[in-house]
Design a binder for this molecule. Structure first.
Ligand code: GDD
Ligand code: GTP
Length: 424
């Protein structure tokens, strides 16, 4: 019997995702029409003998989260529980704190998934690999295109024939390997004895450090990456890497959400063709992959695509053009406006003949395994780096203006055009 744990973090993290995460916890932010972790839950629920999905985070449980989890339980007919940490306990601390609940019923395998990744979830392949290699613990690994990019991830040095992990460094300062950790793991419950060891070590060092001068972290904080993989499992012969060559990406910023949207829409071609809109003589014109929520109203003369998601209850007017963008629940785009490389937040309004445009920062398409570069918001001159345009929730953009490469905070009423600005 198997269980899945999804690590969703808490309200103090994910600052790069603001202002979009001001209205909704980042794990519930919709990508390709469904909350980010809906994709994880769906993938996990398809694994045979999966008994339960446990979501661990430090968000206060609220109506939105409970409603989402109830719907997921019904849709995928699987037990789902949210366990709240009293404070952020790190990627391993929460698991350890709730080990009794996780181990109840004696699962023999546990998947652990980071919430902010987007991929094909090759979970069954990982199980097969674990069986064949007699590995105790498996990390899903992928490649990065450049040495520089690897430094933003957990880096894995392996034995090329057996795929045993010889060395693991979390976000190294100098180059270690182009094989990186995807934030998707398969463990036997034996993992708890290693986390327990890290826990005891923490306790001991705390008792020598009574004035708490060396550590600001609560003693229960345990990081799977540093405390378990790097310090205990690498080189032990128990930790293996399973390589995926399929699409994988992190979702840390609005630009990354647009990129993930494109890839999930593409995955729907194979997994859920019914979710993709089709062009018909009655309109609207649909180019490549487009998701339109059944409750949205799109004028037949609008043109959408490629890679567009239109959320619940959205209204799209006549002659509107939208490409590489997401329009979230309840928003209105009035006639003849054009939206490119933009996320339009919830319940916002874009007037007529207005143009809202961002700049993609996509990875180099000619380099296999290239990842999105993590760019700073501002360049060295203090100016905003061109990126996806993000319109917060409940924003009003008037008719006949241009909003270019800008970030607009929620509840703003714009009255003119803006370029390369954060509108506070
Ligand atoms: N429950 C809980 N408690 N979850 C947490 C906590 C915590 O205290 N801290 C982080 N998480 C969750 C985050 O929400 C996210 O889903 C995941 O754990 C990892 O988050 P980070 O600690 O911010 O790490 P990262 O995303 O920068 O890097 C991790 O993922 C990369 C792949 O995306 C590492 O595992 C890297 O090695 C890896 O390459
Ligand atoms: P940054 O460097 O600040 O972006 O942090 P990070 O990338 O290490 O954070 P990570 O993406 O790992 O953590 C994301 C978690 O924080 C997610 O689970 C989010 O839901 C949550 N989060 C971040 N910012 C906010 C926010 O403003 N509001 C809410 N409700 N949740 C947030």
């Amino acid at each position: 019997m198997l269980k899945t744990i999804i690590l969703i973090g808490g309200p103090s993290k994910g600052t790069r995702f603001r202002p979009l995460s001001l209205d909704i916890p980042k794990p519930l932010f919709p990508v390709a029409g469904f909350p980010m972790i809906h994709h994880h839950i769906e993938a996990a629920s398809k694994v045979p003998d999966m008994k339960e999905i446990i979501i661990i985070g430090s968000y206060q449980p609220n109506d939105q989260l409970s409603r989402f989890l109830n719907t997921m339980q019904q849709d995928f007919k699987i037990l789902i529980r949210y366990l709240q940490e009293y404070t952020a306990l790190g990627t391993g601390g929460g698991m350890y704190h709730f080990r009794d609940q996780i181990n109840s019923g004696n699962p023999n395998l546990l998947f652990v998934l980071n919430a902010d990744v987007c991929c094909d979830f090759p979970l069954q392949e990982m199980i097969d690999f674990q069986r064949e290699s007699s590995a105790e613990f498996v990390i899903l690994g992928t490649e990065v295109a450049t040495r520089q990019q690897s430094l933003n991830y957990g880096c894995i040095a392996e034995d090329k024939t057996s795929h045993q992990v010889k060395h693991y460094v979390e976000k190294p300062e100098t180059f270690v390997s182009t094989t990186i950790n995807c934030g998707i793991y398969l463990f036997t419950p034996e993992i708890f004895s290693y986390i327990g060891e890290a826990f005891n070590k923490n306790q001991e060092s705390m008792s020598f450090d009574l004035d708490n001068s060396t550590s600001q972290m609560p003693q229960e904080v345990i990081r799977l990456e540093q405390d378990i993989f790097a310090q205990q499992l690498a080189g032990s012969g128990k930790l293996y890497v399973y390589h995926t060559t399929k699409f994988w990406s992190q979702i840390k910023s609005a630009g990354a959400a647009i990129y993930a949207n494109r890839h999930y829409l593409n995955i729907y071609r194979r997994t859920h063709p019914e979710r993709l809109a089709k062009s018909s003589p009655e309109g609207p014109i649909v180019i490549d992959n487009v998701f339109i929520h059944p409750t949205a109203s799109v004028h037949p003369s609008a043109t959408l695509g490629p890679n567009v998601t239109i959320g619940k209850g959205v209204t799209i007017g006549a002659g509107v053009r939208i490409r590489e963008s997401m329009v979230l629940e309840g928003s209105i785009v009035q006639d003849h406006s054009c939206i490119l490389y933009t996320i339009v937040g919830w319940n916002s309004m874009v007037g007529q003949w207005t143009r809202v445009e961002g700049t993609p920062n996509d990875p180099n398409p000619n380099k296999p395994f290239a990842k999105l570069d993590i760019t700073d918001l501002f360049n060295t001159d203090g100016r905003l780096n061109p990126s996806i345009t993000v319109i917060g929730s409940n924003v009003q953009i008037p008719s006949e203006v241009i909003v270019l490469n800008s970030i607009v905070l929620p509840h703003k009423e714009l009255n003119r055009s803006y370029k390369n600005q954060i509108i506070l």
